[in-house]
Structure formats: C-alpha cells, structure tokens
Design a protein around this ligand. Structure first.
Ligand SMILES: *Cc1c(COP(=O)(O)O)cnc(C)c1O
Length: 430
C-alpha cells in the first residue's frame, strides 16, 4: 500500500512498511510469470481466432439446445487450448467435483478398478467414491473397485503403482493440487515422467488428471504430456471471477468425451443437446482473463509464502520455488489462528467484507470448514479467498486475488489482526 493512502482498516505503519518491502522481493522472483502469462494469453486469443468467435455466439437458444453454435464453438476453443480432440464445457456441469464425478462414472463400469495414484483424493471425492459418509449411488455402490497409492517424497510412487495394476485396472487418477493436505502441487514435468513410465508398461491404461487450480500456471497442460482425460472447475482459474459456474472435461479421444457426455445427458443425446442459458459469453470472457488473473494469484500466493516463512511458519511451497497451482499452504497449528486468518481475509474481499465467517458443515465435506470468500461469483476461489478444514495440523489454504494489490492489503490486515490477538509481536515488523 502506498504510504499516503489511509484505509479504515487502521493498519499499523510498521506492517505497511514491512509488506511494501517484501513485495519488492516478490516482484524480483516473479519475472518469469509474465512470460507464462503472455504465452497463455496468446494461446487463448489464437483459439478465439481459429474458430471465428463472433458476437452471435453469445445469444440464447431454448428447448433442447440443438444448434447452440456458441456452446459448440466454446468446446472447440477449449479443445484447442488444451490440445484435446474434444471437450465438454458446460454450465450443467455444476462444479469441479461434478466434472470429476461424471468423468469417472462415464469411464468406469461395474467390475472395473481405478487407482488414485496421488494418495487420498480431495475431500468431496471421498463421498463420490463412497469412502466416507453414507451417500447412495457412489462408485463403490455400482461395483467399481477403488485403490490408492500414496505419494512418496511428494512424487508419484511409480514402482508401487506398477505393482498394483492388474487386469481389472482401467483408469489411474492424478490429483495435482494438494486439496486439504500438506504437500505441494505436482508439476507438469513430474506428471510427464510418471505417465511415461506407466504407459511404457501399460499403454492402454487411461490416465485422468484433476487439474483444479493448475490451469495456466505453467505453459503446458496435462494432455500435452500424455494424460487422456483432464477435468476441472470453472469456479477456479479458468473462471477468472467472471464465469458464473461450470466444469470442463477435455480428452485426447472423441470416444472418451462421447462416453462421458452420455453420462452427463443420456446415451444417444451425448453432447448434442443442452441449452447454455446465455452463459457462453461469461465462460469465454473468463477464459480470456484467466492467464492474467492466474498470474496475479500466483504472485499473491508467493507474497503470503514469503511473509509467513519469515514469521517462522511452515509454508508449502516456498516463495522462490516454482509453482504449478495457485494454492499457498500455511501451517498455523491452531484452530484460532485459522479462524482469525480467514476473518481478516474476508474483511478485504470485494463482496461481504462486513461478514464474519464461521466454521460450518459444508455439503460434500466431512470436517467443519471455515471459508473466507466474498466474491463476485459465489465461492469462486480464484478471487481473494482462504479456507481450511478444522483438523490437524490446522493448515490454512490461501488462494486467488484478482489483483496483487488486493492480496497485499489482505496480508497487511491478517498481520494486523495477528498482532492484535497477540500471535505476533509488533517489534517483528520494526
Ligand atoms: C476445488 C477442488 C476440487 C473440486 O472443485 P469444486 O469446483 O469445488 O467442486 C477437486 N479437486 C481439487 C484438487 C480441488 O482443489
């Protein structure tokens, strides 16, 4: 924050000076982000040009949505950006969990087995699979078999994966971002290495990548390094705080997309129907802004990382390590700190800055979750947000910010609140 600008947040001048100082260090280590942003921006514009994106693509259809040219073009644009043969990008895929769920249900039949090769999957998927809760209609209910292989030193344990594959194993799932665990994200290079090793031995096995929070953080996306199916949420990176909702599935095979589309609508209808309800413009515009917004979010995460590392907390990843997603994990060690962190973030959100977040039983999750997210798009975590399950080791997950400057003021507010609570001595900043 500029020293002469005074906000009603009453931030201590020592904190302002300190965050201004470490912001300069962040700018030094983030020059490569501009190159990645530029590369991905051109990728997006090329796809718009290739398919002659037109203003008429943003109009409505009704009924079955036959001949919804905007929807068809949008899916071609996504396919080109992800180097895919085909794509499903829709408002009727309600979120990332739904995209992953429908992809697994589309690809797996009773008796088939699948293995999560990055350990325990994201919290909401435990219910999709049937590992937690008493939901009906889970994958296990349908006679699909499930195994998991934990990571070893934060990498896919290839030997163990190879030894677990048998005749029934149809699909391997890779989750790149940590979810609510204490690890760093898997880079494109590390999944490329693992996929090559696995496909050398088992060329026909399908590899699905949960790409949530990773889109446009690097130059390559997972299909370019041998994955078969990539899924994600439009409420995160690709939505850029503009897209109203949705999820996507892209694949190197049109048959795979057809199979998944048959699950989403019904066999025979597949991806040929579905009214977009006028959402195409917002999805396309989100895609346009995504490379820039992702770059702002990565820079913001690095600022939080450096600051909390300096304060002596464990942070994953460190500010000067390469990032593959937008998440910053900070181990705060106590429930109170996780709650106070999120409350201070909420005060700096665009919407609902006056609201005090409380931990709650969020649908799909088993532990109570506290979530700071006062966003233009409800729950959109590419916008300034932080959250965490109230369980050991009491990590807070910071992500997003449409603007680096908003992240800066949010960090100042968190530090101010931590000083007021007595968690940090103000002398640290002097
Ligand atoms: C957020 C997330 C999901 C679920 O996406 P939603 O849009 O919240 O349903 C799945 N996997 C990972 C790794 C995530 O971070």
């Amino acid at each position: 924050m500029n020293n002469c600008f005074n906000t009603d947040l009453n931030i201590d001048i020592n904190i302002i000076n300190y965050v201004n100082k470490i912001s300069k260090e962040i700018i030094k280590v983030t020059t490569n982000l501009e190159e990645i942003e530029e590369y991905n921006q051109l990728k997006v514009l090329d796809a718009f040009r290739s398919f002659h994106l037109s203003s008429s693509d943003f109009s409505w259809t009704t009924g079955y949505g036959h001949g919804d040219f905007g929807r068809e073009k949008l899916e071609k644009i996504y396919a080109k950006i992800f180097k895919a043969k085909d794509a499903l990008v829709r408002q009727e895929i309600t979120c990332g969990t739904h995209a992953i769920s429908v992809a697994l249900q589309g690809m797996l039949l009773p008796g088939d087995e699948f293995i999560y090769i990055t350990g325990k999957p994201y919290d909401t998927l435990l219910k999709v699979i049937g590992l937690e809760g008493d939901e009906k209609g889970t994958l296990l209910d349908y006679g699909i078999k499930y195994k998991e292989v934990p990571l070893k030193n934060n990498e896919i344990n290839i030997e163990e994966v190879l030894s677990k594959i048998n005749k029934k194993t149809k699909l391997l799932a890779i989750q790149r971002s940590p979810g609510y665990s204490s690890r760093s994200c898997l880079s494109i290079n590390s999944i490329e290495y693992a996929i090559n090793k696995i496909k050398e031995k088992f060329p026909n096995i399908l590899i699905m990548v949960d790409n949530c929070y990773c889109e446009f953080v690097e130059k390559k996306e997972p299909l370019e390094v041998g994955a078969d199916i990539v899924v994600g949420s439009l409420l995160k990176n690709l939505g850029a705080g503009i897209t109203l909702n949705g999820g996507y599935v892209v694949s190197n095979s049109t048959e795979i997309i057809e199979q998944i589309a048959n699950r989403l609508t019904s066999p025979g209808l597949g991806k040929h129907i579905g009214v977009s309800f006028g959402t195409t413009r917002a999805i396309v515009q989100g895609l346009y802004f995504a490379p820039h917004i992702v770059s702002q979010a990565v820079k913001s995460a690095k600022l939080f990382s450096l600051c909390f590392e300096n304060l002596g907390y464990k942070v994953i990843p460190k500010y000067n390590e390469n990032k593959s997603d937008i998440i910053q994990v900070i181990t705060l060690k106590t429930q109170e700190k996780v709650i106070d962190f999120c409350r201070a973030i909420q005060q700096c959100c665009c919407v609902d800055s006056h609201v005090i977040p409380y931990p709650w039983d969020m649908p799909g999750y088993t532990d109570k979750i506290i979530m700071a997210s006062g966003s233009f798009i409800d729950g959109s975590s590419i916008e300034l947000s932080s959250d965490g399950p109230l369980r050991e080791p009491y990590n807070v997950y910071y992500q997003g910010s449409l603007s680096f400057y908003q992240a800066k003021i949010a960090l100042m507010n968190v530090l101010n609140s931590f000083v007021k609570k007595g968690y940090i001595d103000i002398n640290f900043f002097r």
